[in-house]
Write a protein that binds this ligand. Sequence first.
Ligand SMILES: C[S@@+](CC[C@H](N)C(=O)[O-])C[C@H]1O[C@@H](n2cnc3c(N)ncnc32)[C@H](O)[C@@H]1O
Length: 242
Amino acid sequence: MTVAIEYVIGRAGLAAVRALDRDVIGQAHRPRGAAGSVNGWVFAHRPSNRQRNRWVASLLEVGPGDRVLEVGFGPGIAVAELVRNGAGHVYGIDHSGVMLRQASRRNAAAIRAGRVTLINASADRLPAALAGPFDAILAVNSLGFWPAPVERLADLRGRLAPGGRIAIASQPRCAGATAATSRDAAEEVENLLRSAGFTQPSTRTLALSPPVICVLAIAPDPDDTPQTLTTAPSRRVGPTAG
Ligand SMILES: C[S@@+](CC[C@H](N)C(=O)[O-])C[C@H]1O[C@@H](n2cnc3c(N)ncnc32)[C@H](O)[C@@H]1O
Protein backbone atom coordinates (compact mmCIF):
# COMPACT_ATOMS: atom_id res chain seq x y z
CA MET A 1 0.00 0.00 0.00
CA THR A 2 1.39 3.39 -0.89
CA VAL A 3 1.94 6.02 1.74
CA ALA A 4 -0.69 8.19 -0.01
CA ILE A 5 -3.38 5.48 0.28
CA GLU A 6 -2.46 4.78 3.90
CA TYR A 7 -2.80 8.52 4.55
CA VAL A 8 -6.27 8.69 2.93
CA ILE A 9 -7.50 5.64 4.88
CA GLY A 10 -5.98 7.04 8.08
CA ARG A 11 -7.81 10.36 7.58
CA ALA A 12 -11.11 8.64 6.77
CA GLY A 13 -10.69 6.44 9.86
CA LEU A 14 -10.03 9.44 12.06
CA ALA A 15 -13.07 11.26 10.65
CA ALA A 16 -15.22 8.17 11.32
CA VAL A 17 -13.91 7.93 14.89
CA ARG A 18 -14.61 11.63 15.45
CA ALA A 19 -18.14 11.29 14.00
CA LEU A 20 -18.73 8.27 16.25
CA ASP A 21 -17.40 10.24 19.24
CA ARG A 22 -19.78 13.12 18.46
CA ASP A 23 -22.66 10.68 18.16
CA VAL A 24 -21.82 8.92 21.44
CA ILE A 25 -21.63 12.27 23.27
CA GLY A 26 -24.82 13.50 21.55
CA GLN A 27 -26.65 10.33 22.54
CA ALA A 28 -25.49 10.66 26.14
CA HIS A 29 -26.65 14.28 26.13
CA ARG A 30 -30.14 13.38 24.95
CA PRO A 31 -30.66 9.73 23.95
CA ARG A 32 -33.03 9.53 20.94
CA GLY A 33 -34.46 6.91 18.61
CA ALA A 34 -33.20 3.35 18.30
CA ALA A 35 -29.60 4.33 19.11
CA GLY A 36 -30.87 6.13 22.21
CA SER A 37 -32.68 2.98 23.37
CA VAL A 38 -29.47 0.99 22.97
CA ASN A 39 -27.57 3.67 24.88
CA GLY A 40 -30.12 3.56 27.69
CA TRP A 41 -29.79 -0.23 27.82
CA VAL A 42 -26.02 0.17 28.14
CA PHE A 43 -26.39 2.81 30.90
CA ALA A 44 -28.71 0.44 32.75
CA HIS A 45 -26.59 -2.70 32.43
CA ARG A 46 -22.95 -1.58 32.48
CA PRO A 47 -21.71 -2.73 35.92
CA SER A 48 -19.80 0.53 36.56
CA ASN A 49 -22.95 2.58 35.81
CA ARG A 50 -25.06 0.50 38.16
CA GLN A 51 -22.46 0.64 40.91
CA ARG A 52 -22.02 4.41 40.43
CA ASN A 53 -25.75 5.10 40.71
CA ARG A 54 -26.24 2.84 43.73
CA TRP A 55 -23.29 4.44 45.49
CA VAL A 56 -24.55 8.00 44.90
CA ALA A 57 -28.04 7.04 46.11
CA SER A 58 -26.52 5.55 49.29
CA LEU A 59 -24.53 8.74 50.03
CA LEU A 60 -27.76 10.73 50.38
CA GLU A 61 -28.89 8.52 53.31
CA VAL A 62 -32.57 9.07 52.50
CA GLY A 63 -35.28 8.42 55.06
CA PRO A 64 -38.99 7.61 54.87
CA GLY A 65 -40.25 11.21 54.82
CA ASP A 66 -37.70 12.44 52.28
CA ARG A 67 -38.71 14.03 48.99
CA VAL A 68 -35.89 13.55 46.50
CA LEU A 69 -35.38 14.99 42.99
CA GLU A 70 -33.07 13.49 40.37
CA VAL A 71 -32.08 15.57 37.35
CA GLY A 72 -31.14 13.49 34.27
CA PHE A 73 -32.30 10.09 35.57
CA GLY A 74 -31.47 8.21 32.33
CA PRO A 75 -32.78 4.62 32.59
CA GLY A 76 -33.76 5.17 36.24
CA ILE A 77 -31.22 3.10 38.17
CA ALA A 78 -30.72 5.67 40.96
CA VAL A 79 -34.48 6.28 41.18
CA ALA A 80 -35.05 2.56 41.82
CA GLU A 81 -32.25 2.50 44.38
CA LEU A 82 -33.63 5.52 46.27
CA VAL A 83 -37.02 3.81 46.48
CA ARG A 84 -35.31 0.63 47.74
CA ASN A 85 -33.45 2.74 50.32
CA GLY A 86 -36.75 4.02 51.71
CA ALA A 87 -37.19 7.54 50.25
CA GLY A 88 -40.69 8.90 50.77
CA HIS A 89 -41.17 10.14 47.20
CA VAL A 90 -38.70 10.30 44.32
CA TYR A 91 -39.25 12.85 41.56
CA GLY A 92 -37.19 12.92 38.40
CA ILE A 93 -36.77 14.88 35.21
CA ASP A 94 -34.99 14.00 32.00
CA HIS A 95 -35.27 15.78 28.68
CA SER A 96 -35.06 12.51 26.73
CA GLY A 97 -38.41 10.85 25.93
CA VAL A 98 -36.58 7.55 25.36
CA MET A 99 -35.10 7.70 28.88
CA LEU A 100 -38.48 8.62 30.34
CA ARG A 101 -39.98 5.45 28.82
CA GLN A 102 -37.13 3.21 30.03
CA ALA A 103 -37.06 4.67 33.55
CA SER A 104 -40.87 4.47 33.77
CA ARG A 105 -40.82 0.79 32.83
CA ARG A 106 -38.02 0.10 35.32
CA ASN A 107 -39.91 1.88 38.15
CA ALA A 108 -43.48 0.96 37.11
CA ALA A 109 -44.42 -0.62 40.45
CA ALA A 110 -43.18 2.38 42.48
CA ILE A 111 -45.00 4.78 40.12
CA ARG A 112 -48.21 2.79 40.60
CA ALA A 113 -47.65 2.86 44.36
CA GLY A 114 -47.42 6.68 44.25
CA ARG A 115 -43.76 6.76 45.34
CA VAL A 116 -42.20 7.93 42.06
CA THR A 117 -43.07 10.74 39.63
CA LEU A 118 -41.03 10.99 36.42
CA ILE A 119 -41.39 13.96 34.08
CA ASN A 120 -40.04 14.70 30.59
CA ALA A 121 -38.48 18.14 31.18
CA SER A 122 -35.21 20.01 30.90
CA ALA A 123 -33.02 21.21 33.75
CA ASP A 124 -33.25 24.72 32.34
CA ARG A 125 -37.05 24.78 32.56
CA LEU A 126 -38.20 22.84 35.61
CA PRO A 127 -41.97 22.38 35.80
CA ALA A 128 -43.86 24.38 38.43
CA ALA A 129 -44.96 21.08 39.97
CA LEU A 130 -41.33 20.63 41.08
CA ALA A 131 -41.18 23.76 43.23
CA GLY A 132 -40.21 21.64 46.25
CA PRO A 133 -39.15 21.88 48.93
CA PHE A 134 -37.00 18.78 48.46
CA ASP A 135 -34.83 17.17 51.09
CA ALA A 136 -32.26 15.98 48.58
CA ILE A 137 -31.35 16.48 44.93
CA LEU A 138 -28.95 14.44 42.81
CA ALA A 139 -27.51 14.35 39.32
CA VAL A 140 -25.28 11.55 38.08
CA ASN A 141 -23.16 12.16 34.96
CA SER A 142 -25.61 14.81 33.83
CA LEU A 143 -24.37 18.25 34.97
CA GLY A 144 -21.67 18.27 32.27
CA PHE A 145 -24.46 18.63 29.70
CA TRP A 146 -26.37 21.50 31.32
CA PRO A 147 -26.08 24.97 29.84
CA ALA A 148 -25.27 27.66 32.46
CA PRO A 149 -24.72 25.13 35.29
CA VAL A 150 -24.31 27.76 38.05
CA GLU A 151 -27.75 29.19 37.26
CA ARG A 152 -29.23 25.68 37.13
CA LEU A 153 -27.63 24.78 40.47
CA ALA A 154 -28.82 28.04 42.07
CA ASP A 155 -32.34 27.25 40.86
CA LEU A 156 -32.09 23.78 42.40
CA ARG A 157 -30.79 25.27 45.66
CA GLY A 158 -33.96 27.36 45.84
CA ARG A 159 -36.02 24.17 45.62
CA LEU A 160 -34.26 22.51 48.57
CA ALA A 161 -35.44 22.88 52.14
CA PRO A 162 -32.91 24.73 54.35
CA GLY A 163 -30.26 22.15 55.22
CA GLY A 164 -31.26 20.03 52.22
CA ARG A 165 -28.42 18.21 50.48
CA ILE A 166 -27.30 17.93 46.90
CA ALA A 167 -25.12 15.22 45.34
CA ILE A 168 -23.45 15.87 42.01
CA ALA A 169 -21.58 12.86 40.66
CA SER A 170 -19.29 12.52 37.70
CA GLN A 171 -17.33 9.66 36.19
CA PRO A 172 -15.37 11.15 33.31
CA ARG A 173 -15.90 9.06 30.19
CA CYS A 174 -13.70 11.02 27.79
CA ALA A 175 -10.89 9.10 26.08
CA GLY A 176 -7.83 8.75 28.31
CA ALA A 177 -9.63 9.83 31.51
CA THR A 178 -7.59 9.09 34.64
CA ALA A 179 -7.80 9.67 38.39
CA ALA A 180 -6.42 13.16 37.72
CA THR A 181 -9.36 13.87 35.37
CA SER A 182 -11.75 12.82 38.15
CA ARG A 183 -9.93 15.04 40.68
CA ASP A 184 -10.18 18.02 38.31
CA ALA A 185 -13.89 17.32 37.85
CA ALA A 186 -14.39 17.24 41.63
CA GLU A 187 -12.65 20.58 42.06
CA GLU A 188 -14.78 22.12 39.34
CA VAL A 189 -18.04 20.76 40.75
CA GLU A 190 -17.11 22.07 44.22
CA ASN A 191 -16.49 25.53 42.71
CA LEU A 192 -19.76 25.44 40.75
CA LEU A 193 -21.68 24.52 43.91
CA ARG A 194 -20.03 27.30 45.94
CA SER A 195 -20.76 29.79 43.14
CA ALA A 196 -24.40 28.70 43.22
CA GLY A 197 -24.66 29.41 46.96
CA PHE A 198 -24.25 25.92 48.39
CA THR A 199 -22.11 25.43 51.50
CA GLN A 200 -19.84 22.70 52.92
CA PRO A 201 -18.94 21.00 49.63
CA SER A 202 -17.11 17.75 50.25
CA THR A 203 -15.97 15.14 47.75
CA ARG A 204 -16.32 11.36 48.04
CA THR A 205 -14.61 8.98 45.64
CA LEU A 206 -15.59 5.53 44.40
CA ALA A 207 -12.55 3.60 43.20
CA LEU A 208 -13.63 2.60 39.70
CA SER A 209 -11.58 3.18 36.57
CA PRO A 210 -11.63 6.12 36.21
CA PRO A 211 -12.80 6.97 39.75
CA VAL A 212 -16.30 8.32 40.29
CA ILE A 213 -16.44 11.54 42.27
CA CYS A 214 -19.52 12.74 44.10
CA VAL A 215 -19.61 16.22 45.64
CA LEU A 216 -22.10 16.62 48.47
CA ALA A 217 -23.15 20.11 49.60
CA ILE A 218 -25.83 21.81 51.69
CA ALA A 219 -28.47 24.42 50.87
CA PRO A 220 -28.10 27.01 53.67
CA ASP A 221 -31.07 28.64 55.33
CA PRO A 222 -31.64 31.81 53.22
CA ASP A 223 -32.42 33.73 56.45
CA ASP A 224 -28.95 32.93 57.83
CA THR A 225 -26.69 33.48 54.84
CA PRO A 226 -26.51 36.32 52.32
CA GLN A 227 -26.97 34.65 48.93
CA THR A 228 -24.93 35.94 46.03
CA LEU A 229 -24.56 34.23 42.72
CA THR A 230 -20.90 34.55 41.81
CA THR A 231 -19.34 34.21 38.40
CA ALA A 232 -18.83 30.65 37.24
CA PRO A 233 -15.24 29.42 37.15
CA SER A 234 -13.90 28.08 33.86
CA ARG A 235 -15.55 24.77 32.88
CA ARG A 236 -13.68 21.51 32.97
CA VAL A 237 -16.44 19.02 33.74
CA GLY A 238 -16.67 17.58 30.26
CA PRO A 239 -19.48 15.53 28.80
CA THR A 240 -19.79 12.24 30.63
CA ALA A 241 -21.05 9.76 28.05
CA GLY A 242 -22.76 7.24 30.28
C1 LIG B 1 -24.92 10.11 30.58
S1 LIG B 1 -26.66 10.00 30.91
C2 LIG B 1 -26.66 9.50 32.63
C3 LIG B 1 -27.97 8.89 33.04
C4 LIG B 1 -28.07 8.46 34.50
N1 LIG B 1 -27.97 9.56 35.41
C5 LIG B 1 -27.02 7.41 34.80
O1 LIG B 1 -26.00 7.71 35.43
O2 LIG B 1 -27.25 6.25 34.41
C6 LIG B 1 -27.12 11.73 31.03
C7 LIG B 1 -28.61 11.91 31.20
O3 LIG B 1 -28.87 13.29 31.50
C8 LIG B 1 -29.95 13.74 30.69
N2 LIG B 1 -29.80 15.19 30.50
C9 LIG B 1 -28.73 15.83 29.95
N3 LIG B 1 -28.93 17.15 29.95
C10 LIG B 1 -30.15 17.37 30.51
C11 LIG B 1 -30.91 18.54 30.80
N4 LIG B 1 -30.46 19.78 30.47
N5 LIG B 1 -32.12 18.40 31.36
C12 LIG B 1 -32.60 17.15 31.68
N6 LIG B 1 -31.91 16.00 31.44
C13 LIG B 1 -30.70 16.11 30.87
C14 LIG B 1 -29.85 12.92 29.40
O4 LIG B 1 -31.05 12.85 28.69
C15 LIG B 1 -29.40 11.56 29.93
O5 LIG B 1 -30.48 10.73 30.26
